[in-house]
Design a protein around this ligand. Structure first.
Ligand SMILES: Nc1ncnc2c1ncn2[C@@H]1O[C@H](COP(=O)(O)OP(=O)(O)O)[C@@H](O)[C@H]1O
Ligand SMILES: [Mg+2]
Length: 347
């Protein structure tokens, strides 16, 4: 096997499906093209994905594929995908999409490289869906309820996605589907390390490759839940804090607990539930990534979280003694009272 293909090589290769692919279905696909007649890829951080249609009689609606080409090698990729596939078939969740890991996937420079052939999931990516429904809080609320159910089902089925974020969550009508299973954890993978750490705007800031288990979705699940709840009450958070590559939090906010502008703005909503959720997220940042509570248990115990007394980021803001005393007594945490704004580009 030669050097790992880059984007340009994938781009070139997929334009000739009969030569590029070994899979009989993929050999006959028509790729979705842009207005210049070039293949229209979607990229995340780890893969380039092409949408392609296989001609196919009355089942044709099932034959629109996402052809996922990897931008870097992962040594035990095939084994991981095999374990994931087996487990997903067993637990039969309604949130995953059929896929096949093809070891002999795409031919480039006379070598074969793996791809994932996956059913194309129609729908809007989570951030687009939210943006379309900002003026409809009831619909965001319905989505939030669905989110709780999805997260509960994944936990019960012993599946962790590993990278819950807008680019991997598709919403269509009332249903949610997850794509991108590279970082997924299932019980058969216990003992291995994570191959990726997930999107920075959603992950516990201390998460490392050692952290790989049922727990890896918990922080991101909570961040998404709080983001939806907050947007239901204050849609203006979107124009102010959505960067195009997050919902309303960025990584920096998890380092700047209580100090960056989002925390102040959440406080201004004046909702006890939002305050409690924000406190829960802040408290979870202080936990080890693998000790974050699951969403159901956070929601059940919302009133029990205290804002952490030691804030990890620097520089610490001066705190008047009176406020510190109040915090120790469990009153409104000082970070919620402070004001001040900062720029919200992700680092
Ligand atoms: N099965 C699928 N159905 C529809 N869109 C998909 C599918 N798989 C991937 N995509 C699109 O391609 C993008 C990148 O794919 P993804 O698998 O998330 O790669 P990465 O690992 O690089 O994030 C996704 O954000 C999504 O827009
Ligand atoms: Mg992705």
């Amino acid at each position: 096997m030669g050097a790992w293909p880059d984007l340009t090589e994938y781009h070139e290769a997929v334009q000739h499906p009969p030569r590029a692919f070994a899979d009989p279905g993929l050999k006959v696909v028509a790729l979705e093209l842009d207005r210049f007649g070039m293949p229209k890829p979607a990229t995340g951080g780890n893969a380039v994905v092409y949408k392609a249609k296989e001609p196919g009689g009355f089942l044709s609606f099932k034959k629109t594929w996402a052809i996922r080409c990897f931008l870097r090698p992962i040594s035990d990729h095939a084994e991981r995908y095999e374990a994931i596939s087996k487990h997903l078939r067993k637990v039969r969740l309604p949130y995953d999409v059929d896929f096949q890991f093809l070891k002999q996937g795409i031919q480039i420079r006379s070598s074969w490289f793996p791809i994932v052939k996956m059913q194309w999931a129609d729908g809007d990516l989570l951030h687009s869906h939210i943006e379309k429904h900002l003026r409809n809080p009831a619909s965001l609320e319905a989505l939030r309820a669905k989110w709780v159910t999805l997260v509960r089902h994944l936990e019960a089925a012993q599946v962790a996605h590993g990278d819950l974020q807008h680019g991997n969550i598709l919403v269509r009508g009332g249903s949610i589907q997850l794509v991108d299973y590279d970082g997924m954890w299932v019980p058969a993978l216990r003992g291995r390390k994570a191959t990726e750490l997930g999107h920075r705007a959603y992950q516990h800031p201390e998460r490392s490759e050692q952290d790989y288990g049922q727990e890896i979705d918990r922080f991101s699940a909570l961040v998404i839940y709080l983001s939806l709840a907050a947007l239901e009450r204050d849609a203006t958070l979107w124009e102010r804090f959505h960067t195009g590559d997050n919902l309303i939090f960025v990584r920096e906010d998890f380092h700047q607990l209580g100090r960056s502008a989002i925390w102040q703005q959440l406080r201004r909503i004046g909702s006890r539930q939002i305050d409690q959720l924000a406190t829960a997220v802040a408290a979870m940042v202080q936990q080890h990534p693998m000790k974050v509570s699951n969403l159901d248990s956070v929601l059940k115990n919302l009133a029990s979280f205290k804002f952490p007394t030691s804030i990890p980021a620097s520089p610490p803001a001066p705190k008047p003694a009176a406020v510190q005393g109040a915090r120790a007594a469990g009153a409104m945490p000082s970070w919620m009272k402070k004001t001040g704004y900062r720029d919200h580009s992700d680092d």
